[in-house]
Design a protein. Structure first.
Length: 220
């Protein structure tokens, strides 16, 4: 069952009813549209015990509540909001999470608890405010798809990237990267490495990884 809220008033009333009277135990998908909410109430984690997908495109949302860690059935989180500045440590409790999309936010760091997400295969942190590549990412070996586009603070890919032994697709489009570490050749599963819009010189890329590097801008 999917739940789409038609107005902010409808949303608030539904949340209050869920919290005070009965839980929406059958709801599996929550999708909040543009400008519908200012922030998630802390009790949201207790309202939807069977939720599998949570999405919002509300620009006012600046943080996720600590109670999100109680939504342990979550498999997918999609957050697109320019004001999002932090992710709670409790996200590490989401043992069933397979996809985390934090597009176009103002996040500067990721919690170390992300390393607990042993089923996470897709992580997208495109267009955030990191001043370097978040090292905790290299502690998530289940990742197959990692997208870090348009993060101008990233100029170095750490050698520990080779810990991501399941990666098939890696994207650093429009960052400030000058060189690709040779250790990327140790990721034998890697099929595509998108590097459009960086400062690197194609001739300086080692032969061992040249065959997976793509300089053309990827399409969606």
């Amino acid at each position: 069952m999917s739940k789409v809220f038609e107005s902010k008033e409808d949303l608030i009333n539904r949340w209050l009813n869920d919290y005070k009277m009965e839980y929406e135990s059958e709801v599996e998908i929550l999708n909040f549209g543009i400008e519908m909410i200012d922030n998630f109430p802390e009790f949201i984690g207790m309202c939807y015990p069977n939720i599998k997908e949570l999405s919002t495109y509300c620009s006012n949302v600046s943080e996720l509540p600590e109670s999100i860690g109680q939504m342990t059935t979550l498999e997918e989180i999609n957050i697109c909001t320019s004001n999002l500045v932090s992710i709670p440590d409790t996200i590490g409790n989401l043992s069933n999470l397979t996809r985390l999309d934090l597009f176009n936010g103002s996040i500067t760091e990721l919690p170390e608890t992300l390393s607990n997400l042993t089923k996470l295969n897709t992580l997208m942190i495109t267009q955030n405010k990191f001043d370097k590549f978040p090292e905790v990412i290299t502690s998530i070996p289940s990742l197959t798809n990692l997208e870090c586009d348009k993060i101008f603070g990233i100029n170095i890919i750490p050698e520990t990237i080779e810990n991501l032994t399941s990666l098939t697709c890696l994207s650093f489009e429009e960052c400030n990267i000058y060189n690709l570490p040779e250790c990327l050749s140790n990721i034998t599963t890697l099929k595509s490495l998108f590097c459009y819009g960086n400062q690197m010189v194609e001739e300086n890329i080692t032969e061992s990884i040249k065959e997976v590097v793509i300089f053309e801008k990827k399409g969606y």
